[in-house]
Design a protein around this ligand. Structure first.
Ligand code: SF4
Length: 468
């Protein structure tokens, strides 16, 4: 740890230290080879709610590497590591985990602040080696392939030994040579365009090594029990790209709980209710009185027992994602969820004592008409009449994504989205709070998800110019 001299740097240093001190370490991991920066280009709250940030560090540290975590704030200048508060520019290897396309704006900000050209082709031998991984690589690895020196596609578990061996080498040319031999890695800069994808099999079960009250899961230990999704909702890349779907075995998941007694857990899976061993898992959690939250669940599979167990973990609120504002729109989106199923879940949730409910919706599809909106408002009125004290709707514009059935659709224009959001605001029952996703950020996500190689660099440079 090196104390900064200027007050600005000290403020940044203290901010990082505050989060570091908030972490309770569940399993101590240490490595001393090399110096690897694992950068989650978003706030600490978002980073700590992502198991990837902790799990990638665990996998590499277990193999001897000195991996330190970084997160992002737009006012940061130095970027101190979580572990030893070392400035980012003292690290020769930078791994970015890209969970959302828009985080690329933050990546560009980091590079510019550190005086590093955004295009890998303009960088020099003294610049760090920059590697990108994360879910975005599964559906648009070309988005970053001009920025990255190397793009890592798929899950680290599949080749973590080879990858660690490369990163622990001293000489930059040796590292590059070794990275180019890894099947899951490709590099436009170094002319290696062939790669193979691989999805890890969740054995061992990924578990976080720390808990923090600042995570969206609030002091719960994250455990991944499923990766990918068996569904194929038409707007969602997860259902089309993270295949084959993998689930952790029940025995191994139970072992995790047995080895780490006394914690509450955040169970991570695209939809927890599709976990094939859910009954056995709930039997165990109930018998051991273990409290838990879930990352996401589907209304068609939620039963009373699951709701009661969730309620026991201080839950006042639960969330459903009908996505479509009417049955017709859910069918268009291949959501495979009926109004009756949603109502049944809402009734069960009231029975077990939930008072707050949040819904996620997507609007801005060409099939929408006034009948869909009439059905939407009627449904919300019915929810209020059920006695929920707080009803929140989170409304997002459709962001058509590559590799999905909506890939060729155009995104709704701003004027139309604004009209629709005004109309919703005017017509939802008084007790319903409507939150709307920013059109600007959704538009950036849409544009980024269709960019490739040099286009991304031009796009980011444009945005940086406008924001200056
Ligand atoms: S929206 Fe949810 S249920 Fe549908 S494919 Fe995506 S992750 Fe699966």
């Amino acid at each position: 740890m090196r104390r900064p001299r200027s007050s600005e740097a000290f403020k940044e240093f203290s901010h990082v230290l505050k989060f570091r001190n908030s972490e309770k370490i569940v399993r101590k991991i240490e490595g001393n080879l090399g110096r690897v920066a694992l950068i989650f280009p978003n706030s600490y709250t978002i980073a700590s709610g992502s198991l990837a940030w902790s799990w990638v560090q665990t996998l590499l540290t277990e193999r001897g590497l000195n991996v330190q975590r970084f997160f992002y704030e737009n006012w940061f200048e130095r970027f101190y590591s979580m572990e030893d508060q070392i400035p980012l520019d003292e690290f020769p290897l930078w791994l970015f985990t890209l969970q959302f396309e828009n985080d690329l704006l933050n990546v560009a900000d980091i590079l510019v602040k550190k005086g590093i050209p955004i295009s890998s082709f303009e960088r020099q031998a003294y610049h760090p080696i920059i590697i990108f991984g994360g879910p975005v690589m599964l559906f648009n690895h070309e988005l970053v392939d001009e920025i990255a020196d190397f793009v890592f596609v798929g899950d680290l578990e599949c080749c973590v030994d080879e990858f660690s061996e490369a990163l622990r080498l001293d000489n930059k040319d040796d590292i590059i040579r070794h990275l180019l031999n890894i099947n899951q890695i490709y590099s436009r800069k170094y002319g290696k365009l062939k790669f193979t994808n691989c999805i890890g099999n969740l054995s061992p079960v990924p578990v976080a090594h720390f808990i923090t009250p600042f995570s969206p899961y609030k002091n719960k230990l994250l455990v991944e029990i499923g990766r990918g999704c068996i569904r194929r909702c038409a707007f969602c890349v997860t259902g089309y790209t993270k295949k084959p779907v993998k689930f952790a075995s029940l025995d191994e998941v139970i072992n995790v709980f047995e080895e780490r007694k006394g914690y509450e857990y955040g169970l991570i899976s695209a939809t927890i209710t599709d976990y094939p061993y859910l009954e056995g898992l709930l039997d165990y959690l109930e018998s051991q009185n273990i409290k838990f939250s879930v990352s996401s669940m589907r209304a068609d599979k939620i039963d009373k027992r699951l709701l009661m167990l969730l309620k026991n973990t201080d839950h006042h609120s639960f969330t459903i994602a009908p996505e479509g504002i009417s049955q017709k729109m859910r069918d268009v989106m291949i959501k495979d969820l009926t109004t009756e199923q949603i109502i049944k879940t809402l009734e069960l949730a009231r029975e077990v004592g939930f008072k707050h409910v949040k819904f996620y919706y997507i609007i801005g599809l060409e099939e929408e008409d006034e009948n869909d909106y009439a059905e939407f408002f009627e449904f919300l009125k019915m929810v209020v009449d059920m006695g929920y004290q707080e009803v929140v709707i989170s409304v997002n514009p459709l962001v058509p994504k590559p590799f999905t059935p909506f890939a060729d659709r155009k995104m709704v224009e701003k004027r139309e989205y604004d009209e629709k959001t005004k109309f919703i605001r005017r017509n939802v029952p008084k007790k319903v709070r409507a939150d709307f996703e920013s059109y600007k950020l959704s538009r950036i996500q849409y544009e980024l998800s269709h960019l490739k190689g040099p286009q991304t660099v031009d796009y980011l440079e444009q945005i940086i110019k406008i924001e200056k």
